[in-house]
Write a protein that binds this ligand. Sequence first.
Ligand code: HEM
Length: 433
Amino acid sequence: MTVRRSLSTGRRHGGGSGDAACPVTVLTGPAGARTEGGVASSAGAVPELARPDGAEPAGAAPELARLARAARRRDRRVYWRAHPFLFALLAATRGRPVRRIGRTVLVHDPDAYHEVLTRLPLDRTAPGTTGGAARSALGSKGPGDAGVLFDQEGGEHRAVRRGLARDLGTAGVEELRALWRPLLADRLEPLATGGAVDVVALARELSGTVVCALLDSPASPRAVAAAAAEVAAASVRSELPGPPRPGARAAVARATARLRQLLGDEGDDALSAMVAVAAVNTTVAALPRAAAWCADAALWEQAADDTLRRSLVGELLRVTAASPLLPRVAAADGAVGGCPVRAGDRLLLVARHAVGAHRADPDALHPAPAGVARLVFGAGPHTCPGAALARALLEDLLAALAPYRPAVVRAEVDRRAALPGWRTLTVRAGVLR
Ligand code: HEM
């Protein structure tokens, strides 16, 4: 794998420096104060209700609807327990496609969301945006620095993206698959003998393995994943609104230094650390949430089906919207969904609502249009370069889990993480075939 080399190739066009870290698309709202105990599930056997062709046995519809509601209820906990105020605000304002509150514009509608990311000039380094948070976490020295993708534009940004595209394209993903498939089989083995598996720990190891391979790092995948999670979490804490938190900046610097040391980063180039943070935090949020939804809604038949699995993956990534909120700032006057926008306005792009995650359950037989579902990965020149990798990883995880028809036996929300997700998600085999 060659991302490290590709990144430096891209850098030749720009030069400059950075330091490390990037919360991909962090929630910048206030952290919640509620505590989370273990969330025991209904556990036990998962009813076999869906047929491989997607048709339901007679009388199954109400039961499937009940399971779908249970899946949604559990998944909502990752928002309610970690970010209750922000979640409530977003839910309360989603009645209109675009809504202004002072200098903040909340964008819920898919077309308006797409319009912001593709047509409106954005200030990529403004405080409180993903790019601004990344720069600040990296200790950027100013406009002369090369930046960390999220805050870049123009030719330099395109050059770095070209390097990433080579490594995260079809051939690159296939190479990575050869690494993670044996790992998956090995870590899921306990399910065959009645044992339990923590899908979060597995997602951490998988994402760390991917990052180490991409960056040619001999570091321990688990250590890299833990360090990347800490960088994003510390960065979010330091960016929270309100009075500055003593020690928050120092905590970011420490976490960043630790990650870069693990990755063997040299000099000012912070791109490797940024890729690590982007890949680990989204993967660790997305995979366990998708697996839990699959288990709770009894979707294992579809997950086991080679023709339906890909569609199911797209739908699960849509409803879980791992990066649910993209904070941006307008760089020029314009309009979004008919709402006038002024330069300097804060834009909160609600990916979760834009893709209909709050209202339409995952449906592999009638998936949302691809143009809508893929908005969970952003849009335009900064659209996520890791989307194909994330889809392949989830596809393989579901295929590996499906034969065990696992049920969730324990789930705890991670209230410290940069993105809404589980801290632990323990599963055991359900109805075995
Ligand atoms: C379910 C998993 C993932 C989700 C939901 C996700 C989501 C996103 C989103 C919403 C953006 C911002 C796009 C925009 O501003 O238009 C983004 C950017 C990015 N993502 Fe992902 N991502 C995921 C996985 C990954 C993985 C696995 C990697 C790396 C291997 C990755 C690397 C990046 C990078 C480097 C950027 C910055 C791109 C740029 O600014 O040009 N992501 N991602």
